[in-house]
Design a protein around this ligand. Structure first.
Ligand code: GLC
Ligand code: MG
Length: 536
């Protein structure tokens, strides 16, 4: 039986090629909620800088910072009023430079968010477009259109905002402007050369400051179908990622990414671009990471996959096949600032946490690059019961109260101590933290071998040590129903997705397990919802 699980993988050094990003572990910092240095209850750049040692200890390769630019914060900073300045909430340009410098000193790369699909309605361009009236040249930088109906009282087409309601808002002069997100986020017109020139210059600004790359927000949205045709269906947000829409995943976006790749390549130090792209299939997603486009794209199919062995295997195979076809690495993403934390998605409570720990070991064992969203290394659950009065997510105010409640995954991190704000900063915390988080602080988990934090630390450290992890090939091994088993060079990874224990022939020496194992003779009893790494 032992032989059944033995790896037959050929060593494939040829599959490995240069590029730090091909197997990087990238940690997402949601700046507002990571660490606060000045006591205003809102995380900031100095707070991040002061806590960088936590990330160095964790062993990640890079940090992705969510937007910290000047912004009225209508959508947590994804509404940028000035792309070349830091919002006073988060610090100033010097703090940004210090943060990048300190990260580099600790061996961490820094990726910043760039938001090209839309600006804030307070951006100088949009203000000029509004105040200048219908003849203002700045109107050409956005999508202004006359309305339909006798008096132009109906929106120009039937497109809906991702946050709910129409994607159009009427101006005082009677025409309408397009915003695929909140009304405070007017969409830019990427057919206009000035828009392209401006973003090239903004990217240069941050590259010159030393950043190692960009996470490209809504990388699938910049180009709209010619003529902006009606869709003819309601609840369009539910189709995002399921089909090409006239406002998402249009082929024209790729030319923009190609030009950005040329710009990135003109700098030294392997600067990268990461696409936040919701594409209907892994094949269409792979188009964003062709050799002359961006380096990585978030694999949302993996994030949205159910806790089910067959479904997971299908997504893993499809993701790897698609990225392999273009020579790019796959990314493994379980959580981010827009979705319910995976501990809760996988059922919550001890079982949900167990699965989340197992999923982390799975993600870190698969070929490619892995993302860690702040707090998942602490096993934080979603905070579901926030009072409406403290919520800030624009989706909450525009939606029907069902979807799009994104504040619950954005609650500030617990660092230390036994009462709020748990070391988040010298003041309070912009969203209340549950009292139970005193058990989940970095301080409480450090040194506890059973803690989720130590599990992540061990897994990331092993990933660096073992040459068979990271970039390269994998091979499925036979396994009972509900169990996944695959080989990487020198390692076998097994995941029991069932709730019951699964007996398995011992495939090797256990290196790391997300829960305690039992052995009888040559058989290991893997608890439900557990992932194990075995040395072979
Ligand atoms: C992306 C961001 C999300 C933001 C949206 C609009 O999806 O991740 O937080 O609301 O873009 O910029
Ligand atoms: Mg602050």
């Amino acid at each position: 039986m032992t032989q059944e699980l033995a790896p037959t993988l050929r060593d494939q050094p040829a599959a490995r090629s240069a590029g730090w990003w091909r197997d990087a572990v990238i940690y997402q910092v949601y700046v507002r909620s990571f660490a606060d240095s000045d006591g205003d209850g809102i995380g900031d750049l100095r707070g991040v800088r002061d806590r960088l040692p936590h990330l160095a200890d964790l062993g990640v390769d890079a940090v992705w910072l969510t937007p910290f630019y000047a912004s009225p914060q209508a959508d947590g900073g994804y509404d940028v009023a000035d792309y070349r300045s830091v919002d006073p909430l988060f610090g100033d340009l010097r703090d940004a430079g210090d943060l990048v410098g300190e990260a580099h000193r600790l061996g961490l790369r820094v990726i910043v968010d760039i938001v090209p699909n839309h600006t804030s309605d307070r951006h100088a361009w949009f203000r000029a477009a509004l105040t200048g009236g219908p003849g203002a040249p700045e109107r050409g930088l956005y999508h202004f259109r006359p309305g339909r109906g006798e008096q132009g009282e109906l929106p120009p087409n039937d497109w809906e905002s991702v946050f709910g309601g129409p994607a159009w808002t009427r101006t005082d002069t009677g025409d309408w402007y397009l915003h695929l997100f909140a009304p405070e986020q007017p969409d830019l017109n990427w057919e206009h050369p000035a828009v392209r020139e401006e973003f090239t210059s903004v990217l240069r600004f941050w590259l010159d400051l030393g950043v190692d790359g960009f996470r490209v927000d809504v990388a699938h949205g910049m180009i709209k179908a010619a003529g902006m045709p009606d869709i003819g269906m309601r609840e369009q947000a539910k189709m995002i990622g399921a089909q090409v829409l006239p406002f998402f995943d249009q082929d024209g976006v790729h030319e923009i990414h190609r030009s950005w790749r040329r710009l990135l390549d003109s700098y030294d130090g392997e600067r990268i671009g990461v696409a936040e792209a919701w594409a209907p299939t892994p094949e269409r997603l792979a188009l964003y990471v062709r050799p002359d486009e961006l380096h990585q794209a978030f694999n949302f199919q993996f994030l949205t996959c159910d806790w089910d062995a067959t479904a997971m295997r299908g997504v893993i195979d499809a993701s790897l096949a698609a990225t392999r076809s273009v020579g790019a690495p796959t990314t493994w993403v379980l959580s981010n600032h827009d979705v319910v934390r995976h501990t809760t998605r996988y059922g919550g409570g001890p079982a949900g946490l167990g699965r989340a720990r197992a999923a982390a070991l799975l993600a870190l064992a698969l070929p490619g690059s892995a993302y860690v969203y702040q707090g998942e290394e602490l096993g934080l659950p979603e905070v579901a019961d926030l009072p409406d009065a403290v919520r800030q997510d624009p989706a909450f105010f525009r939606g029907d109260g069902q979807d799009g409640l994104r504040d619950g995954c954005r609650v500030p991190l617990p660092w230390s101590g036994s009462s709020q704000p748990f070391g988040f900063g010298p003041g309070g915390s912009w969203l209340p933290q549950p009292d139970s988080w005193k058990e989940l602080t970095v301080e409480a988990q450090t040194g506890d071998p059973g803690s989720t934090l130590e599990l992540y630390r061990s897994a990331i450290a092993l990933r660096k040590e073992l040459p068979g992890l990271g970039d390269g090939e994998m091979e499925w091994l036979p396994a009972p129903e509900g169990v996944l088993a695959f080989a990487r060079p020198g390692l076998v990874c097994t995941l029991n997705t069932l709730s019951a224990k699964a007996p398995l022939p011992v495939p090797g020496r256990p290196l790391l397990s997300s829960a305690a194992l039992e052995f009888t003779g040559g058989t290991a009893r893997i608890p439900g919802g557990t992932c194990v790494w075995w040395a072979v």
